[in-house]
Design a protein around this ligand. Sequence first.
Ligand code: PLP
Length: 398
Amino acid sequence: IMFFDKIQAAPADPILGLGEAFKAETRPEKVNLGIGIYKNAQGETPIPRAVKAAETRLLAEEKTKNYLTIDGVAAYNAATQAMLFGENHEIIANQRAKTAQSLGGTGALRIAAEFAKRQVQAQTVWISNPTWPNHNAIFQAVGMEVRDYRYYDKNTHSLDWDGLIADLSQAKQGDVVLLHGCCHNPTGIDPTPEQWDILANMAAEKGWLPLFDFAYQGFANGLEEDAYGLRAFAKLNRELLIASSYSKNFGLYNERVGAFTLVADNAEIANRAFSQAKSIIRTIYSNPASHGASTVALVLQDPDLKAQWTDELDEMRERIKTMRQKFVDTLKECGATQDFDFIVKQNGMFSFSGLTAEQVDRLRDEFAIYAVRSGRINVAGMTDDNIRYLCESIVKVL
Ligand code: PLP
């Protein structure tokens, strides 16, 4: 008897599948605006100097490969809480937060989903439309119902605030509401501070369980500024879940460094709830890998390395902002008559360009330019060398 021959092939991941197609592309002029990785002016994704320095030191000093605990590197978890809430935040002082190092932000989301389903008996999760496609998949995998809330107004290229409020008004007590901490993927559009305050208040009044996906801290306006939404929620809500990631801001994509954090009403409840999160981890991967998290912890604990890293992060953010402006200017120079100024206002690496799926297909087929079919483009994939070709090509398919 054979079992596997009846298995149907899974559809290719819409984003990772694109990377494979790009690799196989042979036209030398090819441009990759697909997967969300940062690239510098040379089109490379280098290891930040602060990270390299920390790794070198770690390797020299490392004495054992003994297992970590289920929740990972303690110094990393503490540093993560300081990043999320700010040093000396009341939540930290009162030990209301517990953090487990996770396998990237994705791993943290999966822990959060399992935790919400099993320990809070949450049935429904609310996800923005559009969102990072893996959000739907992760919550479906744990058996939760996925509902979406309006987010993007394609006519004005801005937040559909009225639609968002109307849809989230239907979220019930105990529902999980997933929010992108900053640099919304794929639109690049974030709520304003005033809007964050309104949402935080709504969450508290309605009794939602808010879940922050915080994968791009430092990519919008700065490490502190980008935490505004999360901290607004932390002020008004006694319970929160957070899935954060250092993949992007530390350039540690393949080391899988993320964190699952829960905030509870007090230390005793936090410990009890966290013991269940640890049980979940134990049955998935037992305990995490050391290298990436130890590297992050060392950078965040060492004032010199931390200063170097924040400089490098500022550089990344500034480059993206510069390329956004160049993109809009060059499109104009190439004869685009549409208004693309909205692209300058978006946050992070991604831009919802307004390109249709057909236009994206033509860019790939005729010009070897790869983007996500939703029209999401990674601005960090643009360089001084490819931007002219890119804009000329886009104008041809508009
Ligand atoms: N959440 C969002 C919105 C993302 O865009 C990403 C990465 O692309 C992640 C989570 C997961 O990041 P990680 O690579 O750390 O798992």
